[in-house]
Design a protein around this ligand. Structure first.
Ligand code: ZN
Length: 172
């Protein structure tokens, strides 16, 4: 396994639409392992392949103490109920915004062997599913954040949320 370099905003790779994965081989398996290692090293909640410069539809997520690998993920269903919260991105270090997203999302995705599964997520996990799938289509949360926070505003909000769900401020 190896750590990959995370690209930051301004790199055109973050604005491109990624191609589906068609080969479920050792190379893909290596990529997924490297992405999981890179995500853990960066202490993030989610990482999409374009964030390490690879234009393929691969996402890894670490929430609820679990690693999720999503190849060719598709959104199957989202709730009408919304969540509004702090969101960040490993490709935009040190910046945070307020983003409203569905509270619940169901996605369909392949694993590294090509088998299809359905995954359900609420709260931070749903937020990660949607944030990372946006990356695969070349989109950043900053495009639809209601507001980007100053460091002071962030500190104030975090204080307010101290008792709220942990991981709420994780970078995805
Ligand atoms: Zn991101």
């Amino acid at each position: 396994m190896a750590l990959r370099n995370i690209v930051t905003v301004g790199d055109p790779v973050l604005t491109k639409v990624c191609r589906p994965v068609t080969k479920f081989d050792d190379r893909l398996s290596q990529l997924v392992d490297d992405m999981i290692e890179t995500l853990h090293d960066a202490n993030g909640a989610g990482l999409a392949a374009p964030q390490i410069g690879i234009l393929r539809r691969v996402v890894v997520i670490n929430t609820e103490g679990e690693d999720w690998e999503l190849i060719n993920p598709e959104i199957v269903e989202v709730s009408e109920e919304q969540q509004t919260g702090i969101e960040g991105c490993l490709s935009l270090p040190g910046r945070w915004g307020i983003v409203t997203r569905p509270e619940y999302a169901k996605v369909r995705a392949q694993d590294r062997h090509g088998d299809w599964y359905e995954y359900e997520g609420e709260d931070l996990t749903a937020r990660c599913f949607l944030h990372e799938i946006d990356h695969l289509d070349g989109h950043m949360y900053t495009e639809f954040a209601e507001k980007m926070l100053t460091p002071e505003e962030l500190e104030e909000l975090l204080k307010e949320q101290e008792d709220a769900a942990e991981d709420e401020d994780a970078e995805v």
